[in-house]
Ligand binder design. Structure first.
Ligand SMILES: Cc1cc2nc3c(=O)[nH]c(=O)nc-3n(C[C@H](O)[C@H](O)[C@H](O)COP(=O)(O)O)c2cc1C
Length: 541
């Protein structure tokens, strides 16, 4: 139980956040050892649901460059989409990217990263009016790269073709390893999944439009409330739902619901597999948080208002290649230096613009800002820097951070990138120590903490702002991963850090700002002991 006898969901959220902080002398509650017998299956299956295998040949699709996503036009309208388009959308977002082999061990990696490679995120597709697929609700199964038909639609069919995509999460997959803090990682993974899906949609000339559907409603739509189908299965909670839209440049309608019709399902198929041998009742704190959040109305976020110049771009590479080659660095060389122009370009793409992917799919005001630990960037003194991701956040950041910081705008930095130098000094030791003593935070070009406008967001948008701040952080993480690849360097998300120690170094006293995620970018040192196999070699193609 969360101990402070919380009466409101907002208090519960705050209590959860406090309780799951890591401290130098005490980690958040988690297992003392890993019970490998109970290791959760990373693949959800609905046994006996009809399976539609998706093709893995994408030769007939255009191959846009990473820099040309904004001008990518749909080759086909949704109505004419075949299984190849659907396959591409899912394969290059939530599908497998490779297998790694080390001695007798073999594990798969996916296009979307996940804390501990545990993959709590599940993907559903709700389809109507497409020529290639019967109307209904489908679950995406990444291992066989197939759709499982969960439910057929009843009689009411919308008058225009519709493809909706929804995410849900099985927190047990993360809690098995990380205990109570797992809820945070699950939400960060959703942020990465949003980014992964947005980039994959952009490659087809589409973007995502979020729908204001309550969690309760989403549970029903996805059939997650059907106890008869989830008898033995670990809890699965809905997160959010998008509609796939052609990708015009205009700022989308933030209410999101124009012309949408939610399907009426009739017959359901399949039973969810249990992921661990024994049903698990560990870490009940996560259910204690999820259940009241289910009762909250959808979170209102403010639409993006600021408009800034388009970002500079690196030489182009095919987007699907970048998606497939994305990996987390396990170690960095720690010697080379990042070109200053590349540093600015990587940061520039983290700024939200309603006209740029993936932000077109998440066109909300920024509530996360970057506290940078600069180690090795051409022409920049090592030190602590701050990148506000919106101009209007500057006063709040100045008010909440150490008053002794110098707040020097960085000379020569493009004017719309509001990079400020706070302190110049070596920060490698601090970065390593703060990120749970992980060397990747120090041997990189730079690492960073993502500072959320915590109090303001919770106050303005209510308890569901809590997961949504993590989603924004995860989405920034996905941008950083792909930007790093495009600049021929490599990133790694860092979920393990000592929360209040980070706040202390930044001079944050109250909960006005809270660090939610760390990230690091450097020149990766490959691990030559590992063998790599193609993603779908097990399907014989
Ligand atoms: C939310 C999140 C937190 C992560 N935290 C860490 C971390 O603290 N340390 C680390 O070495 N890797 C971390 N990673 C990297 C994952 O271990 C990695 O994504 C996973 O093993 C899959 O590998 P891939 O990214 O190469 O596909 C994190 C990734 C995510 C998405």
């Amino acid at each position: 139980m969360i101990e402070n006898h919380s009466t409101t969901t907002l208090e519960l959220v705050r209590a959860y956040h406090e309780r799951t902080k890591h401290h130098f002398d005490r980690y958040a509650a988690g297992p003392d050892f890993l019970d490998w017998e109970q290791q959760p299956n990373p693949f959800r299956e609905f046994e006996s649901a009809p399976l539609i295998k998706l093709p893995l040949d994408f030769e007939e699709l255009p191959e846009p460059g990473f820099n040309s996503l904004n001008t990518q036009q749909p080759q086909l309208g949704l109505k004419d989409w075949g299984l190849t388009e659907i396959s591409s959308l899912l394969r290059f977002s939530m599908g497998l990217a490779a297998w790694k082999v080390y001695g007798p061990d073999r594990w798969s990696l996916r296009c979307n990263p996940s804390s501990g490679n545990l993959h709590p995120t599940e993907t559903y597709m709700l389809v109507s009016g497409l020529r290639s697929l019967q109307d209904g609700v489908y679950h995406y199964a990444p291992y066989p790269h197939a759709l499982e038909l969960r439910a057929e639609n009843g009689s009411s069919s919308p008058n225009q073709p519709q493809l909706l995509l929804a995410f849900s999460s099985i927190a047990w997959r993360e809690a098995w390893k990380y205990g109570e803090r797992a809820y945070r990682y699950v939400q960060l993974d959703i942020g990465h999944a949003i980014g992964a899906l947005a980039y994959s949609a952009a490659a087809l000339g589409f973007r995502l439009q979020r729908l204001p559907v309550s969690r309760k409603k989403l549970t029903k739509l996805l059939g997650l409330d059907r106890q008869e189908d989830f008898k033995d299965a670990e809890n699965e909670y809905p997160d959010l739902i998008f509609r796939l839209r052609e990708s015009p440049d205009q700022v989308p309608d933030p209410s999101g619901a124009d012309g949408i019709q939610l399907p009426m399902t009739s017959q359901w198929h399949g039973t969810a597999n249990r992921l661990s041998q024994q049903p698990s009742h560990q870490w009940p704190l996560i259910d204690e948080l999820e259940q009241p959040l289910m009762e909250c109305p959808p979170c209102q976020q403010l639409p993006l208002a600021e408009s800034i110049p388009a970002p500079a771009r690196v030489p182009d590479q095919p987007i699907r290649q970048i998606i497939l080659q994305r990996r987390s660095a396990q170690a960095f060389h720690g010697k080379s230096i990042l070109q200053l122009s590349h540093f600015y370009q990587i940061l520039d793409h983290c700024l939200p613009r309603a006209t740029e992917h993936p932000w077109k799919s998440w066109p909300y005001q920024a509530r996360i800002h970057l506290l940078l630990f600069v180690h090795r960037v051409e022409g920049l003194s090592p030190g602590l820097y701050l990148l506000p991701r919106s101009r209007q956040a500057l006063p709040l950041l100045k008010q909440n951070l150490d008053e002794d910081f110098s707040w020097q705008p960085v000379e020569g930095c493009p004017a719309h990138i509001l990079l400020h130098q706070l302190v110049t000094t070596e920060v490698k030791k601090a970065a390593r120590a703060l990120s749970c003593h992980q060397d990747i935070a120090a041997s990189s070009f730079f690492s960073l903490g993502m500072l959320a406008e915590f109090d303001a967001a919770l106050q303005a948008s209510g308890p569901l702002a809590y997961p949504e701040l993590f989603w924004e952080a995860g989405l920034i993480g996905q941008v950083l991963y792909l930007q790093a690849e495009a600049h021929r360097v490599r990133g790694t998300g860092i979920g393990c850090f000592f929360d209040d120690a980070v706040h202390q170094i930044a001079g944050v006293k109250e909960s006005g700002l809270q660090s939610l995620y760390h990230f690091t970018v450097g020149e990766a040192k490959p691990d030559n002991r590992l063998q790599t196999l193609p993603a779908y070699h097990h399907l014989g193609s």
